[in-house]
Design a protein around this ligand. Structure first.
Ligand code: AQP
Length: 329
């Protein structure tokens, strides 16, 4: 079977350089490998409190950023998760095949819920991986490009697919997470031991930041003692993170990046990293603005919903039949 590639991003806040390097930057290339389904995970965004207007605005922004990544909407299906009801329907079935113990071991749930009072933790946050597994299964996706933090959820989806296929026959496609070699986990500039994240925006570079802001943030990024520009995550997490950002943007290896900066002072190194990030983001930001103004995302999302519904409803039917639901055509 030809490759099916699926990835989603939650419209939970301002997109970061982590989201760009981890996923957005690579989307265009993926379209050469098979049929791509890219979606705005708006149902997932509801798992933590969010203002309705903010969610709407973030969803529009995300659609524009997806398109700004250079994907051809005629060859790619870009859609809103909430515009395909099969996600919620498959979720209702799949939640019976994943277990409390498995879900409570998910690192992202532990991280997010540890900052909340137990009475404020929604059921949706806990069962997030069930919906994510349903997202993947619906499109018979075999390749799932993600940042490092999402790999555990894809692994759980693989367990679920095995479980269902063992019980009902080979009805589901086995997915596989794919991470970039360099940049699968970009860290915060102010605390390089923490992931750069939309919902914890300290030390983030946002995709909408002006060049001067980006430069200022990189120039004041936390560095480490010593003066050598060297990749050493344990002893030099700040410098290692900046080297990773540089290498990922330039699409070179960490070793190649290190070689470029032999003998550089930290200040000059940071200046080169800032130049690289700004050069990469400026044209991307210009495309984003043009797409936002032209509102071309509206038609793309409409067409995307039609194609996504077509594919997803077929898989849903297959699962409904297999588990014994009486599907009357
Ligand atoms: N720092 C990062 N480095 C590399 N990849 C990253 N991703 C996120 N942060 C980094 C990848 O971006 C995709 C979209 O993620 P998501 O919106 O579904 O949620 P997330 O993984 O939880 O990302 P955030 O930015 O941390 O969002 P919030 O704060 O809302 O939870 C994923 O493939 C992710 O791995």
């Amino acid at each position: 079977m030809a490759n099916r590639i699926l990835t989603g991003i939650k419209p939970t806040g301002k997109l970061t350089l982590g989201n760009y390097i981890g996923v957005l930057k690579n989307l265009k290339r993926e379209t050469e490998r098979g049929e791509c389904f890219y979606f705005i995970a708006d149902l997932h965004a509801l798992t933590l409190p969010i203002e309705p207007e903010e969610l709407r605005q973030n969803s529009i922004d995300l659609a524009c950023f997806y398109l700004a990544s250079g994907i051809d909407p005629k060859k790619t299906t870009l859609f809103l998760q909430s515009s395909v009801s099969a996600h919620a329907e498959l979720n209702a079935i799949m939640q019976n095949y994943l277990y409390m113990g498995e879900l409570s071991r998910m690192t992202q749930f532990k991280d997010k819920s540890s900052k909340m009072k137990e009475s404020a933790i929604g059921l949706g946050l806990f069962s997030y991986p069930v919906l994510m597994a349903s997202d993947i299964i619906l499109y018979d996706a075999n390749i799932i490009p993600v940042g490092e933090d999402q790999v555990q959820h894809v692994e759980l989806t693989r367990d679920l697919v095995n479980r269902i296929n063992n019980r009902y026959g080979e009805i589901l496609t086995m997915p596989k997470a794919e991470m970039r070699k360099v940049g699968a986990r970009i860290m915060s500039l102010s605390d390089p031991t923490k992931k750069m994240s939309k919902s914890d925006p300290k030390g983030d570079i946002f995709l909408k930041d002006e060049p001067a802001v980006i430069r200022k943030k990189i120039m004041s990024a936390v560095t480490d003692s010593g003066s050598e520009v060297k990749y050493d995550v344990e002893n030099k997490p700040g410098i290692s993170n900046l080297l990773t950002i540089y290498a990922a943007i330039k699409e070179i290896s960490i070793e190649e990046a290190e070689k470029e900066f032999v003998g550089f002072r930290y200040g000059d190194f940071k200046k080169a990293v800032a130049d690289a990030v700004i050069n990469e983001l400026e044209p991307f930001q210009a495309r984003y603005k043009q797409i936002l103004e032209s509102k071309e995302y509206e038609n793309v999302l409409k067409q995307g919903a039609i194609r996504a519904n077509e594919v997803a409803s077929k898989t849903l039917k297959r699962v409904q039949k297999a588990v014994g639901l009486l599907t009357i055509e």
